[in-house]
Design a protein around this ligand. Structure first.
Ligand code: CAA
Length: 259
């Protein structure tokens, strides 16, 4: 695989671990970092030996946002023509589950990146915020959209309108933005534990769950329920459904083969 400048990658069994590694800039999300992130995520998504992915940063910062110095002189027309930051959404097309293990700052694009993952675990010192308004701009990768769905209108408005009201890890958990808070030094291990639980289930069926839940953000209820039921029906065409239910009936552990 090509040499990476801004990321570290490794695998732990069927879990892929991607570490944002731009320590001098608190993992500010420059274009090069996101290009690498999209590439490694796509490779892991296509890799049959991988069942789930964990993204983490450093103890100080998950990511302190888009790279302000890199973008400060950009002009409207080039933003529009190049669809600036449009490629960030590629992460939402990854079909295997992604867990964000967040320590330290998750600000601006960093908070938005975490929200594009499927599950967020936070270290107890994590901070979530959307400070863009203080730079004379607005969130550009979901801060006004996904954050509302995660924490509700009032908190999202307060965070995005002031840029300085941030959520602590505990507040983020209470609001539903993150699913669990752990001591900072444990959050990555816990994320990997959950990721490996998921990775050892039937990967195609896991992908169906992710697909169905994500459709709930796009579809009216009846259409979403129909979509869910069709996927549910389709699992009965898999060996893994026969194995899973058969193992239950026979009082043994299932052995999923991802087909
Ligand atoms: N872009 C570029 N560089 C950044 C950065 C960013 N978003 N965040 C931090 N850095 C750099 C700093 O410039 C500094 O570099 P130098 O050592 O070369 O000066 C280095 O990282 C360390 O940062 P600080 O010295 O500022 O560290 P601190 O502990 O004093 O403060 C912080 C930490 C509060 C997170 C502060 O760095 C900060 O406010 N960062 C910017 C946060 C922000 O506004 N994010 C939103 C970006 S816009 C966006 O994301 C748009 C979008 O929606 C997609």
């Amino acid at each position: 695989s090509p040499k990476l400048e801004y990321l570290l990658t490794e695998t732990r069994g069927r879990v892929a671990l991607v570490t944002l590694h731009r320590p001098k800039a608190l993992n500010a999300l420059c274009n090069g970092l996101f290009v690498e992130l999209n590439q490694v995520l796509k490779d892991f998504d296509n890799n049959k030996d991988i069942g789930s992915i964990v993204i983490t940063g450093s103890e100080r910062a998950f990511a302190a946002g888009a790279d302000i110095k890199e973008m400060k002189d950009r002009q409207f027309i080039e933003n529009y023509v190049e669809d600036f930051l449009g490629h960030w959404t590629q992460i939402t097309k990854i079909r295997k589950p992604i867990i964000a293990a967040v320590n330290g700052f998750a600000l601006g694009g960093g908070c938005e990146l975490a929200m594009m993952c499927d599950i967020i675990y936070a270290g107890d010192k994590a901070v979530f915020g959307q400070p863009e308004i203080k730079l004379g701009t607005i969130p550009g990768a979901g801060g006004t959209q996904r954050l509302v769905k995660a924490v509700g209108k009032s908190k999202a408005m307060e965070m995005c309108l002031t840029g300085s009201v941030n959520l602590t890890a505990q507040e983020a958990e209470a609001a539903g933005l993150v699913s669990k808070v752990y001591p900072a030094e444990q959050v990555l291990d816990e994320a990997i534990k959950t990721a490996s639980k998921i990775a050892n289930l039937s990967t195609p069926v896991v992908q169906m769950v992710k697909d169905a839940i994500n459709q709930s953000f796009e579809m009216p209820l009846q259409a979403g329920l129909t979509f869910e039921r069709r996927l549910f029906h389709s699992t009965f065409a898999s060996n893994d459904q026969k194995e899973g239910m058969g193992a239950f009936a026979e009082k043994r552990k299932p052995n999923f083969t991802n087909n």
